[in-house]
Design a protein around this ligand. Sequence first.
Ligand code: ATP
Ligand code: MG
Length: 141
Amino acid sequence: MLKPGVLPRRIIGEVISRFERKGINIIALKMLKMDKSKAEVHYAEHKGRDFYEKLVVYTVSGPVIAMVLEGDGVISRVRRLTGATDINESTPGTLRGDFAASTRLNIVHASDSAESAGREIALFFKTEEIFTWEDGNARWF
Ligand SMILES: Nc1ncnc2c1ncn2[C@@H]1O[C@H](COP(=O)(O)OP(=O)(O)OP(=O)(O)O)[C@@H](O)[C@H]1O
Ligand SMILES: [Mg+2]
């Protein structure tokens, strides 16, 4: 998920192209504004942490771009492209290393396991909004 800071900075294309260039398949994509309850469910694992309230405020502050990405080892590949959570640890060349100016306002969320991906995908997408590449999307290229 591209967080609300991405749209006003006009870097949606740049962020998404990092995943495309790495050969990861985009199988679902939409822009939407999360409401407070959706953001609280999305970040439920962090309830009670000192950054939680501000994280929710940031998450609902503007439109996000939600995507479902597919590929071999996609969870770890996407998280490597995303970079470390801590702004002091995120390496140049990663999305957070190149674009995030703070740990909290860190531009991209990436699912951290198949289980959380399943739960998060269901928060954003209906089954019919997800298109597998086996359906033939890639056959023209
Ligand atoms: N110490 C912190 N201070 C401020 N914000 C934080 C801190 N730790 C995490 N966050 C915010 O909470 C989000 C969720 O934290 P988490 O530990 O799940 O990191 P992550 O898995 O790298 O990020 P995300 O879940 O957004 O992909 C982070 O992306 C960041 O926006
Ligand atoms: Mg996380």
